[in-house]
Design a protein around this ligand. Structure first.
Ligand SMILES: [Zn+2]
Ligand SMILES: [Zn+2]
Length: 360
């Protein structure tokens, strides 16, 4: 039997050659496209690094989380980074915050301390990630943790949970690349009495003060003040209106104050109660008495002589235009600049100046 092979005519051969050439050029094109993408990603990574925040001529703040436990596509939970004297510090490490800092190119390898205001989950959820990621990013020294009574238990729990992961990484990459010293965590319990605060850290020109706030029935709960070369920033933590915040915010350049739109939450609570959801009604009503409304926070800032007040830990999450209107319409102060914080905002307070440069 004669098997007849189909033969290619000259037209078919030309088409095949063209197809091969096309596939080859596409493949080569893909390779060069991938190569260009890699170059762009590396360049972006390098240029995105905010090493400029590590200069010693300013106190700087980065908002890594302005949200709350309520899901918000635009805001991670509680988190504020502070930069002074070439080092980075973070106050509260809520869920999603590490990613916000990483994507913004924050120099996490310079992380020198994690400060916890209290132990609600929206303030501690990413503690392990901050510690681990800063170590992988290049931090080789031990990491200090600060918080009120209970901080040993919270940090100890995360320490245990991340121990296996540390071991995997050291074994995989080697101790030269990931020194075990970076996995040492040192815990400091800070005083939490209301009134004049206690100095808990002095490092060069930086002084950090802790003070008690009013977040009952959750206690202890504290806020922190950072003073550096004549500039100052205060972070209230979670609190109802508190004289202690006012005392410790005296003449501060920047106050980051938690805020909850009590008027709206009250309406929501009533409405869900009327709709036959008593459990949700109670949950919403319970939060009213341990947070601060926008108007109350603004009054506190004015009493303290604060220059600029930034709302953070913003509850509830609302769409852009409505959000600004609803929160700001309750603010009635003349001597304080007031604004809503957003994830990614940077405040730079140059030493020897009254200026606050805002980048958003
Ligand atoms: Zn809380
Ligand atoms: Zn909270």
């Amino acid at each position: 039997m004669t098997r007849i092979q189909p033969s290619l005519g000259s037209t078919d051969r030309r088409a095949t050659t063209l197809l091969v050439a096309l596939l080859l050029s596409t493949a080569l094109g893909c390779e060069s496209m991938i190569s260009r993408m890699v170059d762009a990603a590396v360049a972006r990574q390098i240029s995105a690094g905010r090493q400029d925040l590590l200069t010693d001529d300013a106190l700087s703040v980065f908002l890594c989380g302005t949200g709350s436990p309520l899901a918000d596509p635009d805001a991670a939970a509680a988190c504020t980074m502070v930069f002074a004297g070439g080092k980075a510090y973070v106050v509260d490490v809520g869920p999603g915050s590490q990613e916000v800092a990483q994507l913004a190119g924050m120099p996490r390898e310079k992380l020198a301390g994690i400060f916890l205001t209290h132990f609600h989950s929206d303030h501690i959820g990413e503690l392990g990630e901050w510690a681990m990621q800063s170590w992988v990013a290049g931090r080789s020294q031990a990491l200090d943790f600060y918080g009120p009574e209970g901080v040993e238990q919270v940090v100890g729990g995360f320490r245990d949970a991340y121990r296996l992961d540390d071991g995997y990484r050291i074994e995989h990459h080697g101790a030269d690349l990931l020194p075990p010293s970076g996995t040492e965590w040192v815990v400091h319990t800070v005083p939490s009495a209301n009134g004049p605060g206690s100095r808990i850290l002095e490092d060069g020109d930086l002084v950090v003060t802790a003070f008690g706030v009013d977040h009952e029935p959750v206690a202890p709960a504290v806020g922190y003040r950072f003073d550096y070369r004549g500039r100052s920033v205060v972070i209230s933590g979670d609190t109802d209106v508190s004289d202690s915040v006012v005392v410790n915010s005296k003449d501060a350049d920047l106050l980051l104050h938690e805020v909850l739109l009590k008027s709206l939450i009250r309406q929501v609570s009533d409405r869900v109660g009327e709709s036959g959801y008593p459990r949700q009604q109670r949950l919403a009503a319970d939060v009213l008495d341990y947070h601060t409304s926008p108007g109350e926070a603004a009054e506190a800032a004015e009493r303290a002589g604060v220059d600029t007040l930034v709302f953070t830990h913003i509850v509830p999450p609302l769409p852009g235009a409505v959000r600004n209107w609803l929160f700001m319409r309750e603010v009635d102060v003349e001597d304080v600049d007031v604004m809503l914080g957003e994830d990614g905002m940077i405040f730079r307070l140059p030493a020897g100046s009254d200026e606050i440069d805002i980048e958003s």
